[in-house]
Design a protein around this ligand. Structure first.
Ligand SMILES: [Zn+2]
Length: 191
């Protein structure tokens, strides 16, 4: 059997018929797949898609402290899982409004960052920059506090995920960083 990390548990039952799943190497596939013993449906394991938005105002970036696990209390930019019936831009707009109360129009794309299983849950993070936000800062239930950070004051040692770190580095590189120093790449840690 393929070994998975404790934070990534593959499904054990078929979502179509409820039958048990077995890992099998099929002639048509190039790696073992989870296949339903009853209806033969193949369950492909693929990454979850997260959308994040770098919200800027006057050269500062909006970061928020997480009020939920994993990485409770650490800093990241607004973002979350995409819903199945929305575009990436719509997901980014919704997450910003839910988490910090601001209205933004996500775009252009800053970068796409992947954190494959088994050392994490297997995610793909799509990060947009955004134009100037409108509305008033008002934090949602998944946020402890939100603050505007000058590039020199970004709490590099207390960011939520590696992907947060990578995206903020790219944001700094993509703008006139006005002398802000880029931190080194962090050691591997969660998504
Ligand atoms: Zn089935």
């Amino acid at each position: 059997m393929t070994s998975y990390s404790p934070i990534f548990a593959p499904p054990r039952f078929c979502s179509h018929c409820g039958g048990p799943l077995s890992e099998r190497l099929l002639d048509t596939e190039d790696r073992p797949r989870l296949v339903c013993d009853r209806c033969q449906h193949i369950h492909y394991l693929d990454p979850k898609v997260v959308v994040g938005v770098i919200v800027e105002r006057g050269g500062r970036v909006l970061l928020q402290r997480r009020a939920i696990g994993p990485r409770y209390g650490t800093w990241t930019f607004p973002g979350g899982y995409m819903e199945v019936d929305e575009t990436a831009e719509a997901a980014g707009q919704r997450e910003v409004e839910e988490e910090v109360g601001l209205r933004v129009k996500p775009g252009p794309l800053l970068g796409v960052y992947s954190r494959p299983a088994p050392n994490g849950p297997g995610i793909l993070v799509v990060v947009f920059r955004s134009g100037r936000p409108t509305g008033r800062l008002r934090i949602g239930r998944e946020v402890l506090e939100a603050r505007w950070f000058h590039p020199d004051d970004i709490p590099w040692g207390d960011l939520s995920f590696e992907t947060t770190h990578w995206a903020l580095r790219d944001w700094l590189s993509s703008r006139d960083s006005q002398g802000a120093r880029l931190p080194p790449r962090p050691p591997l840690r969660g998504a």
